[in-house]
Write a protein that binds this ligand. Structure first.
Ligand code: AMP
Length: 284
């Protein structure tokens, strides 16, 4: 497979998808903001497993960044991304800002439920921005499947909720977090870390594993308070949250409960970088 073709507009995207559909092929979409790393590429490989054709969208969505965040400096490396997708994706969909949000654009898709708390509290306008762009991308592409990473666990549940609530006929597939040799979740924002900060960042998954284990032994408030202290002691400048929640609804939990699957989620800061990670918590 050669370098993927480029589509920059909704009609160009729909023409390609319609041709595949007419030929009886199934299509999977991988929405990204570019600066592709091996985590994104794993999602694209998954797309090729569940469908015949893989479309990767690359769009740095201003609506999911707060004014104080890194929209302006977010890495934009379109050509390098296309080369990374060589032999993996059939099409790169890279709409311009004006294509996605033309003058007069006035609609927001707002999800409650799983968007409450955690990232929703730390970044109050974030999930409305995500929900709006994901709804548009799914309706634009009309794909059979869309692949999202478990790295952004809360986002994955928000997307599952919105697709169910709005009857969007695209099956949402979650893909496990891809990590480096130290267990650090790959992220485009890791590029902002210095060598010393990398060493701290690599502690996050290790400590989360230990904290998940302590939930089986100690009262959760004790385990989580000690866990937050251990993150600070490891060198993180701050812990935005460290919470054990219902894996699907993101409702806070205080203890294991029958029928509930538990997920441990954390956001911790090093310098100006916020690192997110999460893992499944086995009930004892
Ligand atoms: P982003 O470009 O950061 O918006 O991410 C695009 C998609 O890639 C989202 O569904 C993310 O959850 C997913 N993703 C990002 N990093 C990873 C990773 N390390 N492992 C698996 N999926 C990831």
């Amino acid at each position: 497979m050669p370098l993927p073709d480029l589509a920059a507009t909704v009609p160009a995207l729909r023409t390609r998808v319609a041709a595949w559909r007419d030929a009886g092929e199934r299509v999977a979409l991988v929405p990204t903001m570019g600066a592709l790393h091996d985590g994104h590429l794993a999602l694209v490989r998954r797309a090729r497993e569940v469908a015949d054709r893989a479309v990767v969208s690359i769009f740095v969505n201003p609506k999911q960044f707060a004014a104080s965040e890194d929209f302006g400096s977010y890495p934009r490396v379109a050509e390098r991304d296309r080369v990374r997708l060589d032999g993996l994706a059939d099409l790169v969909y890279a709409p311009g800002l004006q294509d996605m949000y033309p003058p007069g654009f006035a609609t927001t898709v707002s999800v409650a439920g799983p968007s409450a708390g955690l990232e929703g509290s730390a970044r109050p306008t974030h999930f409305d921005g995500v929900a709006t762009v994901v709804t548009k991308l799914l309706l634009q592409a009309g794909a059979d499947h869309a692949i999202f990473g478990e790295k952004d666990w809360q986002q994955l549940q928000v997307v599952r909720r919105l697709v169910a609530d709005l009857d969007i006929p695209t099956a949402i597939v979650g893909h496990p977090t891809v990590r480096d040799g130290h267990g650090l979740a790959l992220s485009s924002r890791n590029a902002y870390l210095s060598e010393a900060e990398f060493a701290v960042a690599r502690r996050l998954n290790v400590l989360l594993g230990e904290i998940a284990g302590s939930l089986a032994r100690d009262p959760w408030s004790t385990a989580l308070a000690a866990g937050a202290r251990s993150l600070l002691a490891a060198g993180f400048a701050g812990v935005d949250y460290l919470s054990a929640v219902d894996a699907e609804t993101l409702a806070p939990l205080a203890a294991f409960a029958p029928g509930r699957t538990v997920r441990l989620l954390a956001a911790a800061r090093i310098g100006s970088v916020r690192l997110l990670d999460n893992l499944a918590v086995e009930s004892p």
